[in-house]
Design a protein around this ligand. Sequence first.
Ligand SMILES: [Fe+2]
Ligand SMILES: [Fe+2]
Length: 260
Amino acid sequence: MREVKKTDFNLRDTNVDISEITDGIYRISGFSNEFGITFNQFLIIDEKPMLIHTGPIGMYKKIEEKIKEVIPLHKLVYVSFLHFESDEWGGMEFLESSDAKLVCSDLSSKLNMMGWYNVPVDHISVWDNDILKIGKKRHFKFIMTPHVHHWDSMMIFEENTKSLFTSDLFIQPGNNKPIISEDISESMINLYRGAGIFASEKPVRNTTRRLADLLPNMVYPMHGSCIDKSLFSKYTEAIMKNDFGYSGILLGQRLETIIS
Ligand SMILES: [Fe+2]
Ligand SMILES: [Fe+2]
């Protein structure tokens, strides 16, 4: 048996940076030595600004400070998380300091937003191909991506800049530049194998094909660097060619259970 201790992932000491990736799209990122990955949030400015991911609970206050370098917090109108997990959505305390409206997938809504004690129920749920315009420039299309890696997973495509927000797909380890300038797709595959976040390759590959057809100019994963269109095919090819589904390892620990 293991003793369970309350943790905040020690992320309160993490340095958090902000950088503008594309016109009005900011990456707010902190690197965790403990996990060896960055945690990225994205702030998109238009008439009704949106934040994608609130970040983990230990890091949220620093993320909030970076948002305030761009806009006053009360100007934030939407906050979206792409699946219900603590790094995407652990900073729920933002709801105490903001009037922002939560946007999540219909599955997140039904499974999580309406079924937990003290979890906010005031939210907007979206389905495949729904569009949300946050102003004249930024139009979000929601893409349901079940089982990549969670049941309730979705992704967001901003149609005018062709910006694709993929959460835990196309993630890479390390603390590299905001936009990657080399092909480190092998590290991405090894990260998937070591973390065991995908049950199998099939739904990931089907989703990857659909995303590649969108011809994104920039891909914004939640961990690691952004990937521009000149390198994106390297990462999609790596997903098509390599096996990375769950093989008995979960967050680096082997589970001695027979898998077939
Ligand atoms: Fe996740
Ligand atoms: Fe994540």
